[in-house]
Write a protein that binds this ligand. Structure first.
Ligand SMILES: Nc1ncnc2c1ncn2[C@@H]1O[C@H](COP(=O)(O)OP(=O)(O)OP(=O)(O)O)[C@@H](O)[C@H]1O
Length: 350
């Protein structure tokens, strides 16, 4: 029976190795979890900064960041919306962030608010604006986003600056594809799936390469109705809301598809969905374009600043927008199908 002590030794070694591997795996998982976020207590203001781990967010944990944040003033404002004011915060020549100051909600909602923010911080995609961290204080909350140097699609299309060059067709097409890819990622690849609820041209931002990035997802539900401005009812913005939303009040992925269809029309016509000329004529962008497409008169609807464009590609983009704007949500294509159709119009330069 020489074998038994040897077998016993083998079994002991195997058991020890098994237990050791479990301990090591647990330790590594704990380290990963602890590393995922960093919390900095700011005793001077009683606030708390939470930074999600990413190379770009390293500088957020510095005292310099906190100091500069507290000094933000009107001259740093780059935009404002229904949820608050957006500031540009420059740390050095290479590092800048967009800081959104949210008017403070109910203290009891902070827990749910933070949980949602963590879900938003986990999302990393080339067509979604990253949330790097947030700051919670007694009077206000701050959200720290990646800075988008080329601003919003809304400003690019409707801005009044004389220095602004009109967008050419390849750029418009590329923006449409990028935005569709970002929304498609939220709808189909995130678990749980995410409904944006407030797709509009001011929530499509442009990075330094003019790549479209979807921003503000989740905020429409995070904030309370009474904190949003007049153009927002519960979630969403007039002119972009799907018709069924007024009956059901329910946000759906097909509602996002409708809002994206409106953005696509904006890219094609250069007109806001709430353009005054439509109100005067008792119509609206969506109804007007539907008639134009039915009569094959798309050329009349194309943005007058778009001097040279491939007619067939533009016509196809109108047809895709029309599908997104079907009054029956079940007939609208899913966002992944919209993306595919847009990609097939022509191959955008990537
Ligand atoms: N990450 C960012 N980088 C650069 N500019 C930004 C960024 N986030 C927002 N902005 C600018 O600030 C403006 C206001 O943004 P904000 O999200 O607060 O409001 P909105 O989208 O216009 O309206 P609402 O609050 O109703 O959604 C944007 O239109 C954009 O010009």
């Amino acid at each position: 029976m020489v074998g038994s002590p040897v077998i016993a030794l083998y079994i002991t070694i195997c058991c020890l190795a098994f237990v050791m591997s479990k301990i090591i795996i647990s330790f590594l998982l704990y380290k990963r979890w602890a590393r995922k976020r960093r919390i900095i207590e700011d005793s001077s203001s009683g606030g708390r900064m939470v930074v999600f781990r990413s190379p770009a967010a390293q500088s957020l944990s510095t005292k310099a960041f906190m100091k500069k944040t507290m000094k933000l003033s009107n001259k740093d404002i780059i935009g404002s919306g229904g949820f608050g004011t957006v500031y540009m915060l420059t740390l050095d020549d290479k590092t800048a962030f967009a800081v959104k100051r949210l008017n403070k909600g109910n203290k009891d909602t902070d827990r749910g608010f933070e949980r949602e923010l963590h879900a938003m911080g986990d999302i990393k995609h080339r067509n979604i604006v990253s949330l790097h961290g947030y700051y919670i204080a007694a009077q206000f909350n701050l959200l720290v986003y990646e800075l988008m140097p080329n601003g919003s699609l809304d400003t690019l299309l409707h801005g009044k600056s004389s220095k602004q060059k009109p967008l050419d067709w390849p750029t418009r097409h590329r923006i449409a594809v990028g935005a569709a890819r970002g929304i498609s990622y939220l709808h189909h690849d995130c678990i749980p799936h995410i409904i944006h609820r407030d797709i509009k041209s001011s929530n499509i931002l442009l990075d330094r390469n003019m790549e479209a990035r979807v921003s503000d997802f989740g905020l429409a539900t995070l904030m309370h109705a009474d904190q949003t401005h007049v153009s927002t009812i519960v979630a969403g913005t007039f002119g972009y809301l799907a018709p069924e939303y007024f009956d059901t009040g329910r946000a759906t992925t097909k509602g996002d598809v409708y809002s994206f269809g409106v953005v696509l029309l904006e890219l094609l016509t250069g007109k806001r969905p709430t353009d005054e000329s439509f109100i005067e004529e008792g119509t609206k962008l969506v109804t007007w374009v539907k008639d134009v497409v039915k009569d094959e008169r798309q050329e009349q609807a194309v943005d007058s600043t778009l001097s040279c464009y491939p007619t067939e590609e533009v016509k196809e983009a109108f047809r895709i927008a029309e599908k997104c704007l079907d009054s029956d949500p079940s007939k609208r294509p899913a966002m992944v199908a919209v993306l595919k159709m847009l990609e097939q119009i022509s191959s955008p330069i990537n």
